[in-house]
Design a protein around this ligand. Structure first.
Ligand code: 26Q
Length: 823
């Protein structure tokens, strides 16, 4: 069966061959007339022609990689892969930048211009989705047998525009111009079942078996995207599933003559992969989201089992040792009962044998400490949509509770607390408990986060199974976030320490010594200035706001959420504006404050925070006095491509979440790598950033996680406010409608929330500490020699935050697979 790889599969990577292929795809694949007139050129076709020429060169590598023997394979299951653009990544991985730039000269256009024609693959909300994309990059680069499984959403993360200062969402039809990077693989189509009912029967061998009958089925069609490693021939795969109706859809209606209605009903099935859900509390509990989750879990597991059976037959004894499924949060945790279903119902294994296999190959990563963000599904929805899966969850729970009862005899409260089924007026399936019970590994994404999971959120489970719990601090890929995003800094670093650091980011430590070199510091400053100029031009184009590239650039980019405290940031801006207005602080350091991020559409308070930011920006930027010292920008539609030009330019990185709420953060790492200093709380990975870079090179402020929890029950924001004239003035300015002249009371919800003793985010508690620390930043920035030295030290200390390090940790501790020694 196995085909041999043809010599011809390997396409020459020289400049002439590349040139011929780009011309061929441009003229033949897309039927365009060759033109060297930049005015007449359609960049989207040139982009697609180049993409295909590059993809051609990855195919043979991908086939070879797939044939490599592996004693264990890993599958990264995620509802989100926030890939962004692929063109430059492929160019760099194939080391084809120089010939491609030469070729593009013939068309009178540069690589950056062509790259802009590619639409971001925005198949994720934020950190969790981008982490999955960085991980795939590192796995390929480290030559690991890891494959991604996700969903090919027709519409990715919505596009954000501002209208009258408010967020408005537009659909992200990213596939409109076609996707040159994917291969449809209809031969691997899988069938997914929904609804129906179960029937228990006795098999011919006397076993008690279960059938899932009268289901409504949907087809899962795989689309493969190639994931090239860097400095290696390895090319891994990301398989994204699209839902399609089966051909027997609504046969009854069809025969009854309602042909058009029955074809139209295809929509119901095809809706499943129509749109990415925004991370939105108001969207919780939507049945379509559960359909997406089961669709991904079932298609992916069937796929892996299918290929297993092709090789091993229906013998699953070795399956658990040969496969690991890494669950990216609880979103794909239906994988646990689904693998049980496949082993029990489709392969007639005993419960004990099936459970041994399943719990040997599942591993769960948690990404949140917020109790309200833990996934729960109403039993009613489950029963209706996935009756067989619910039955299996009940059985898993019954056996698990026996174990709990054995460990804590007579402790009914503990049974109630740990049950996978939450009892009450309405009953719920607790997806995190299902994932913990079904997995051999449970990890958090930063040291503090993992510690708090074990100590607080999952303490009962930690007491029962301490060996399952571990930490894997997040990381980000230096290929995208340094070499691609910041070529100027990359060149400067290599001119100082050589280029070994580009293969092992720990080598960045050699840069430490250059912090004392004044010539190098000046070059470092020039690079930052050039990057700031690029950003300033983009900001001008997108918002019409003019920034001065010599001012301190203060950046907060991330999803808009109360716990991330964009409010604290804008309170600081209002405070400085107020000072200027009162004729104080006219000698203050000029600063540009850039804020970007999307609010979940149903999250009213987050939308209001955006409106406050844009309203403050309008007032400050048009004030003749204030705008000489302070400018504020809300950058619309923050996404992966935006971060690629923001992080090289940023000088101050705002990581100001309420301590104990941000699991890790990853933007903090991208900004640090590019030489920004962090102003941050002791939260998530900020703590590890501080440990690596040292307290002199990090602006720490605010309550610790333990202080936040201790203050919880006697928090008195009014006492804090009454003691702080600056905070009183900030609140008074907002309440006086200074930023909402024609809409009295518009921001009252915001100031009320800050004054409420129940404010979980403790804005008032950290205000003074934040303002004072910002004043220190401003003072320190005036000493540019010292600032640049500390910027260099941040980059030098950032090597540990490479996702290559993170993936080595996963490979060693969880996946138990070999990584080749460092070169
Ligand atoms: C859940 C149910 C229904 C609809 C949507 C969702 C949903 C979708 C996305 C829930 C959560 C998310 C995304 C969470 C996320 O991005 N978390 C972040 O993960 C990063 C990577 O580990 C961390 O660095 C961040 O701290 C964490 O907030």
């Amino acid at each position: 069966m196995s085909s041999t790889l043809m010599r011809d599969d390997f396409i020459a990577t020289d400049a002439d061959a590349l040139r011929a292929d780009v011309y061929r795809h441009y003229g033949l694949t897309f039927g365009q007339d060759l033109t060297h007139d930049p005015e007449a050129l359609l960049p989207v076709y040139l982009y697609k022609a180049i993409a295909l020429a590059l993809r051609d060169r990855l195919v043979a590598r991908a086939k070879l990689t797939a044939k490599q023997p592996a004693s264990r394979r890993v599958y990264y299951l995620s509802l989100e892969f926030l890939i962004g653009r692929t063109l430059s990544n492929a160019v760099h991985a194939l080391a084809l930048e120089a010939p491609l730039r030469d070729l593009l000269l013939e068309f009178g256009i540069n690589l950056e211009g062509i790259a802009e024609a590619e639409h971001d693959a925005g198949l994720g909300n934020g950190g969790l989705g981008r982490l999955a994309a960085c991980f795939l990059d590192s796995c390929a680069t480290l030559n690991l047998p890891v494959m991604g499984y996700g969903i090919r959403y027709e519409y990715g993360m919505f596009q954000q525009r501002l209208e009258h200062g408010e967020q408005v969402e537009y659909p992200d039809h990213w596939l409109r111009d076609g996707n040159p990077w994917e291969f449809e693989r209809s031969e691997d189509t899988r069938r997914i079942r929904f609804y129906g009912h179960t029937e228990h029967y006795v098999g011919s061998d006397g076993r008690r078996l279960v059938r899932w009958l009268e289901t409504e089925d949907v087809l899962a069609i795989p689309y493969d995207v190639l994931i090239p490693g860097h400095n290696t021939e390895a090319v891994n795969r990301l398989r994204l599933w699209k839902a399609e109706a089966t051909d027997e859809f609504n046969l009854d209606e069809f025969h009854a003559g309602s042909y058009t209605e029955s074809v139209a009903a295809k929509n119901l099935a095809e809706n499943i992969t129509m749109v990415l859900y925004p991370n939105d509390v108001s969207e919780n509990g939507k049945a379509l989201r559960l359909r997406q989750q089961y669709f991904l879990a079932s298609a992916s597991l069937q796929d892996v089992v299918h290929h297993w059976v092709e090789i091993h037959g229906r013998h699953f004894g070795g399956f658990g040792a040969a496969n690991v499924f890494q669950l990216n949060d609880t979103h794909p945790s239906c994988a646990v009962p689904e693998l049980m279903r496949i082993l029990l119902d489709d392969n007639h294994m005993s419960w004990d044998d099936a459970w041994k296999v399943t719990s040997q190959c599942m591993a769960y990563t948690n990404h949140t400490l917020l109790p309200e963000a833990l996934e729960r599904w109403s039993v009613g929805i489950f029963q209706h949509l996935l009756p067989r899966i619910l039955e299996i969850i009940y059985e898993i729970n019954a056996r698990f509770l026996l174990e709990v009862a054995h460990r804590w005899p007579g402790d009914v409260a503990r049974l109630r607390a740990m049950s996978i089924i939450e009892e009450g007026d309405e009953r719920y399936v607790r997806m995190s408990y299902l994932a913990i019970v079904g997995s051999f590994s449970v990890n958090g994404v930063a040291a503090l986060h993992s510690h708090l999971l074990a100590r607080d959120l999952f303490s009962d489970f930690y007491a029962l199974w301490p060996h399952k719990f571990n930490n894997k601090t997040n990381g980000v890929t230096p290929r995208r976030w340094i070499y691609h995003a910041n070529p100027r800094m990359t060149a400067l670093i290599s001119s100082a320490i050589g280029d070994a650091w580009q293969r092992d980011l720990a080598g960045l430590a050699d840069l430490q010594a250059f912090a004392e070199d004044s010539g190098f510091r000046q070059q470092w400053q020039q690079v930052k200035l050039a990057n700031k100029q690029v950003l300033v031009q983009r900001v001008k184009r997108l918002t019409d706001i003019a920034l001065d590239p010599t001012w301190l650039l203060d950046v907060q980019v991330k999803r808009i959420h109360e716990y991330k405290r964009q409010l604290l940031n804008i309170f600081h801006v209002i405070h400085r504006y107020d000072q200027i207005h009162r004729g104080e602080g006219l000698d203050q350091l000029p600063r540009s404050v850039l804020i970007g991020g999307k609010a979940a559409p149903g999250y009213a308070q987050a939308r209001l925070i955006i409106h406050l930011i844009t309203s403050v920006a309008a007032v400050v930027n048009s004030d003749p006095v204030a705008s000489e010292l302070l400018r504020v920008v809300f950058l619309p539609n923050y996404d992966v491509s935006a971060m690629e030009y923001i992080c090289p330019a940023a000088e101050l990185s705002e990581q100001i979440s309420t301590a104990g709420k941000e699991a890790s953060g990853t933007g903090n790492m991208k900004l640090m790598m590019n030489g920004a200093l962090t102003i941050g709380t002791l939260d998530g990975a900020n703590i590890e950033i501080l440990e690596h870079v040292g307290a002199d090179n990090f602006y720490q402020f605010g309550l610790t996680a333990d202080q936040v929890s201790a203050a919880r029950n006697h928090y008195d924001p009014m006492a804090v406010i009454n003691n702080d004239v600056d905070l009183q003035r900030v609140l008074a300015l907002i309440d006086s409608d200074h930023f909402s002249l024609f809409a009295p009371g518009r921001f009252r919800h915001i100031t009320d929330a800050v004054r409420a003793p129940a404010d979980p985010w403790m804005i008032a508690a950290d205000f003074r500490s934040y303002i004072d620390t910002q004043a220190r930043v401003a003072l320190d920035y005036r000493d540019q020699a010292s600032w640049q030295a500390r910027s260099i030290r941040n980059t030098a200390a950032s090597g540990w935050f490479s996702s290559d390090r993170t993936i080595r940790d996963y490979a060693r501790d969880i996946w138990k697979i070999q990584v080749a020694a460092k070169k």
